[in-house]
Design a protein around this ligand. Structure first.
Ligand code: CA
Length: 640
């Protein structure tokens, strides 16, 4: 027996370097662990240090790594013995100086604050029945996205969560029940990889950040785990969260931030391959298309490969269902298409089709205008967002919701899902003078997200003297536009409970008192949740509102004549597979008074009127002259 285990150890030691692939910093075996790190060619020396703890203490072993055969950029070391539970760092020397210890870029487990890589047996991190976990099967056109921050969602007492602010709060019955009742089928979680701005050693103190400051891309954030010192805990709890949501038929979409790192000098990229992963300007300065001080170079082979492998890793290890690319416009088109090709078709990919500054790259960037070059990838529509709430560069300017005329064509652009449609006058669209989507599922329809003011705050800031009644009317009107768009609808978490952020425009590090959801609002404003869930149910039950194909939208959706602050359209449901309704009329009236539209005379079932919505029907209406009234500041939906 002893001889056999010795033999296994020897075989493992021989095989481990071969097991290392592009996406591993360490391969663990009970008899030996193999380490690997990539450097630039001019690296002079690499030290591997092994520690007992994730922070503090002296190394228990220091190993000089060896340059592997090949192009001279890979360094390897095999350390004998069972290293499970230990931690490691790499330290690379250039020009006579060591750059500083780091876990490398491929760490899949880390100690507290992500300073050192951790050696874990990944199979031991799987919760019970993890192998049986499956991604829910939901087509892109059927998705209803719910963007949330772990801490916002569950930190307040009013939520009654046991695991406040943690990944596993989402596995609690209260969370699952709420999401199911609302009807969303995908949660888009704000950065949940290991980020820098929350000190994981001080979690007893209130700390808040959105997390757009990546440190270790392939490890869950420690601040959302119940014990950031134990590397396996965050991994297991993340999987438990995914498992619980999947069981409820809800997809999990990760917000990924490959476009920049927390800083340059301290980043795992820079410490292992200085200046390789970042774009520079002609004068040698770092380009800053992210607005965060640096920008990564996705077009470089190593960076592109890193993004592809990282995304694949989250799909394979954590069963992630989709990715939202932060500042996708910083990345190049080729890389985004390579990522699309590297993951299964049911993985939903979308992003911000813009950057926060100019990028030092002359090729095609993954901007909104290039979405037609990226099949199967969607972009947020700031056209419909700003046409509804007002422009992004002002908090106080109103648009359609505030009764400002001239936004009608931009709303129509969003209704058809940013595709070519004969009924849209593109010359009058706010930002895009041409359609950019080949298919409507390439456009995300929304009115609010974590950025900028949430909908309530924006309405208060932009509509003078707004009353509570008016606020609710306009809120429901806005979401009706979003939820009946042929694009993929997207809600900011808490809008269903009339969330506000006390007027804070950029709450990325605001305290819980600003960012938290107040669950008591569900009782204060029950009509809001009631309307949202009925609206979502209406969308889900009627393929006419999510046809999914541009040719079908062009053929079956036609607009009524536009009037100021009034947009209306007709869908011929008879031509939409699976649709049970015939002629469907939808109208949005942002006026402070009732308006009328003309439709063919007949009897119709009203499913949405005067801030009430019921897919089964509210009432019927018979028109002889074909005129129907849309009450002030509300939506009307009827069908025959
Ligand atoms: Ca962290």
């Amino acid at each position: 027996m002893k001889r056999l285990s010795l033999l296994v150890t020897i075989i493992m030691a021989l095989l481990l370097p071969q097991l290392l692939n592009a996406r591993t910093g360490v391969v663990y075996g009970p008899g030996a662990s193999a380490f690997s790190v990539e450097t630039n060619k001019d690296a002079q020396q690499v030290k591997l240090r092994i520690y007992n703890a994730g922070l503090g203490g002296k190394p228990i072993k220091t190993v000089a790594m060896k340059r592997a055969k090949g192009d001279g950029t890979t360094w390897q070391a095999t350390v004998k013995g069972d290293l499970k539970g230990k931690f490691y760092t790499f330290d690379v020397k250039y020009g006579g100086k060591f750059r500083g210890e780091c876990p490398g870029i491929w760490a899949t487990a880390v100690g507290v604050n992500g300073k050192r890589g951790a050696i874990v047996d990944m199979e031991e991190t799987d919760p019970a029945s993890w192998n049986a976990d499956q991604r829910p099967s939901i087509a892109a056109r059927d998705l209803i996205l719910y963007e949330m921050h772990h801490r916002d969602f569950s930190i307040d007492e009013s939520g009654g969560f046991a695991n406040k602010g943690k990944f596993i709060a989402l596995a609690e019955p209260r969370a699952i029940q709420h999401l199911k009742e609302l009807g969303v089928n995908a949660v888009h979680i704000l950065p949940s990889f290991d980020y820098a701005s929350v000190d994981e050693t001080r979690l007893d103190e209130p700390q808040y950040n959105w997390g757009y400051d990546p440190v270790n891309y392939n490890v869950p954030e420690g601040g959302y785990s119940t014990d950031p010192y134990k590397p396996e805990v965050r991994i297991r709890e993340f999987k438990q969260m995914v498992q619980a949501l999947h069981k409820a038929g809800i997809k999990v979409i990760l917000d990924v931030v490959y476009n920049h790192t927390w800083n340059i000098d301290g980043s795992n990229f820079q410490r292992t391959r200085p200046d390789y992963y970042y774009r520079k300007n002609a004068d040698g300065s770092y380009s800053n298309g992210s607005g965060c001080g640096n920008e990564t170079a996705s077009e470089r082979e190593g960076m592109r490969q890193f993004m592809i492998e990282s995304v694949k890793y989250w799909v394979e290890e954590y069963h992630i269902d989709g990715f939202r690319f932060d500042l996708m416009g910083v990345h190049d088109v080729e890389t985004m298409n390579a990522i699309r090709a590297a993951v299964p078709q049911d993985i939903f990919i979308y992003g911000e089709g813009w950057s926060a500054g100019s990028c030092a790259y002359s090729g095609d960037l993954a901007m909104k205008a290039n979405i037609n070059k990226m099949p199967g990838i969607a972009a947020f529509s700031d056209e419909i967002r700003d046409a509804l709430r007002g422009p992004w560069d002002s908090n106080s300017k109103a648009a359609f919701l505030g009764g400002v005329k001239g936004n009608e064509e931009s709303i129509k652009f969003g209704i058809v899902g940013a595709i070519q449609h004969p009924g849209v006058d593109y010359s009058k669209v706010n930002y895009s003078k041409a359609p950019y989507a080949n298919e409507p599922t390439q456009m995300i329809a929304y009115v609010s997200c974590h950025d900028d003011m949430c909908l309530v705050d924006r309405l208060k800031a932009s509509v003078k003297g707004i009353s509570m009644d008016e606020l609710i009317r306009l809120d429901l009107l806005a979401q009706t536009v979003v939820m009946t768009s042929q694009g993929v609808p997207f809600l900011l978490s808490g809008e269903e409970m009339l969330r506000d952020k006390k007027g804070v425009h950029n709450s990325y590090e605001s305290p819980d008192s600003i960012n938290h959801l107040d669950w008591d609002n569900l009782e204060r404003y029950p009509q809001v949740m009631e309307y949202y869930k009925n609206l979502i149910a209406l969308r889900k039950a009627h393929p006419a509102f999510h046809m999914g194909r541009a040719d079908m939208v062009r053929r079956n959706l036609d607009f009524l004549p536009v009037e100021n602050c009034l947009v209306a359209y007709h869908i011929n449901g008879r031509n939409v597979p699976g649709e049970t309704w015939g002629d469907i009329y939808v109208a949005f009236n942002a006026h402070k008074r009732a308006r009328t539209i003309e439709i063919p005379a007949g009897t119709y079932t009203v499913v949405c009127r005067n801030i009430k919505c019921n897919p089964a029907g509210l009432t019927t209406v018979t028109t002889k002259d074909g005129k129907v009234t849309i009450p002030a500041q509300s939506a009307l939906i009827l069908h025959n």
